[in-house]
Design a protein around this ligand. Sequence first.
Ligand code: NOJ
Length: 819
Amino acid sequence: MKLSTVLPLAVLACAGSGLAVLSPEPDYQQLFAERDVDAAAQFLERRQQGIGGAGQNGPGYQTVPSVPFNGDDSLPYSPPFYPTPQTKGTSQKWKDAIGKAREYLQQFNQTEKVILTTGSGWERGPCVGNISPIPRVGFPGLCLMDGPAGVRGTDRVTSFPDAITAAASFDRDLFYKRAHALGEEFKTKGANIWLGPMMNVARTPLGGRNWEGFGADPYLNGEGSYYSVLGAQDAGVQATLKHYINNEQEHFRNEGSSNLDSRTEREIYLHPFLRGVQAGAASVMCSYNLVNNSWACQNSELLNNRLKTELEFPGYVMSDWGAQHAGVASANAGLDMTMPGDVLCCSLQEGSLWGGNLTTAVNNGSVATTRLDDMATRILAGWFLLGQDQGYPKANFNFFDKKDPATNQHVDATADHDKIAREVASAGTVLLKNRRNALPLNKPGSMAVIGSDAGPLYQGANYWPDRAQNGGLPYGTLGQGWGSGSTDYSYFFSPYEALQSRARKDRTGIAWNFDDFNLAQSVMIANMTDVALVFVSAESGEGYITLDRNEGDRNNLTLWNQGEQLIRNVTAVNNNTIVIVHSTGAVDMESFAENPNVTAIVWANLPGSESGRALVDVLYGDYNPSGRLPYTIGKNRTDYGTDVLYYNDTVTPQINYTEALNIDYRYFDTKNIEPRYEFGFGLSYTKFAYSGAWTQQVGSADNSWWGSANASTGLPEWLFQPKYEVTFSLTNAGDWDGHEVWQAYLEFPRSAGEPPKVLRGFGREKISKYNTKEVKFHLSQYDVSTWCNDKQQWLQPEGKLKVLIGASSRDIRQAVVLN
Ligand code: NOJ
């Protein structure tokens, strides 16, 4: 492809490239001319001082732990584990696919096997990653596409709510349906491989890519992963579990070492991958960073041992884009496919660490022929597993040249997916506060809609590359985070548009102001209305784009564009102010959460294309809210106990997970810190009562099972069979039909060294008003176990185990002891 035919550099910037989006600094003086002079001056001052989302000099504070991770001077170390096990497949489906792959592979010569393993190179093909066709053996090639919330960088697709929004629904059925619809779109567009789900755990609220995943709890992430894989793969597309592993921050993602012990790894960060493997995911993407000072894509302990031996992952491991650092070392450590194939991502240079170099390595014996065969088998097995050998559509779009008539067929992939997108967005909206029956709205006479976050994306929905919207200035409502996890909007309903049409139906007078800095105008319109809706936001994204000095990770937890000030001004004149927040993660709400004139707070997460319509459904009670926070909103940044490592001038910054198991609510509980809104919290228009919890053992109590539970031989099926059954009743005691999201937390005996509560069950039950429903759930031997570092196996700790059932992590209504 000629350079001149491709998009400008800013759009091409590959995730791994470290290239920043080149947007000129706006002329603020000019932009603020004609506006509220005080607000403009304050904004500029804030920019200079580095306060607030809009303009920082640098991140809030430095967290380089002074104590070395090991308590001595040595750096954490990852042990060697060789060779890579040959894939064998645990289920019949996998066994059949592997069998077909082995048979087909007999037709391939060595060069052709190598072609399967090596991406064709950045921009060499229509997709973000491409495996070339091999016509001699009739192999059509593979198209790999971002991202976790829909097909990236093409038209006529749905921008589904981001995973963090789906997570807030706590609904496995919705996880499945969202992924199934999304998978159908990948297939319609001819993409074989979905580069999702993303399940890195939100270790700190500032992590730039938290919104691409399912929040701060491993169990919730695990269920998100499991049902997303099932949904997408049932639609025929191969799912990719990413990013393996410990890519929890964007600063230093290309050179930092995430350091952690093996218990923390297994109980927190590996768990979502385990669930994804159990769901049958075809592939795993290894991450950019190092883990315990060994690159994730050539870490034999993580790939050969943990993933391919302990979890018996039968599929293939692809590198993140440019995450491969050595040819032979990565091949022998268990990498199976290099993406996008170039030595360095992402440039139009020639050459690869594999390709011809892999052929040489196999010829000279540095990489065994059996290893190459295993790589190729694993890749082909994924293709057969999903039946993609049976006339799968070819890519009919061009990610690198969206306007090229020759390569873009503009196939409509959206079907009726707006329905599920809208439902997930509503189900993932969390009602945090509701006083004086402020909500649902009931035909108010007049309404003011205030804030840039309410309004349409005024330069067009796709003006900013990879949704890194605003370049430092308010641009319009926030529907997604920025980076490779974003999609181009094929359509978009802003809150304002949806509110306007609803207001017309109700004959509500509606006034608006989308200029965050024209406070006088906001005050003027809010002063005259029955209700004022103030929209505020905070964003983050992937580190290859720096937005307003936020290098992917947020620099602080304040609202962007002076949100706090906007709320303060509006509430001064309107005692029925409803605050709506769109955000990639927790923000500091202390300046307004308890303000009596803030009658309601609606946490709308990142809703995607259906933003406005889904929100209006909730605000007006057409959809009774049931969403719950998939992370904690703390009162202070320091309350989280973890932070991004922002500063370091060493070659390999050491990102020490010294908090171990204590992230998010686990830390708040351990330290007894009161959050503003706890993990799992959310209100409804109705009320639910919990009663009658009891438990019985349904599986064998025989702990001698554990004799055979050796981690190095895979995870036996019985480990995951139901062992306890817990039953309780839920009554809808209010006047509205609705859903209740219940949660079950385990309280381990103290000696187990666990945080006070860990999530091990949840569900979302639809119950009509005044009705009662009996709920049952199971806990497996795995669920009631912790990882024993000494014995290197899962063990059920001695002593009393309690199950705490409730409406949030701090609203426990029932408790039972497991016998
Ligand atoms: C890098 C990102 O980390 C990954 O999530 C994405 O799939 C690839 N780039 C391809 O864009």
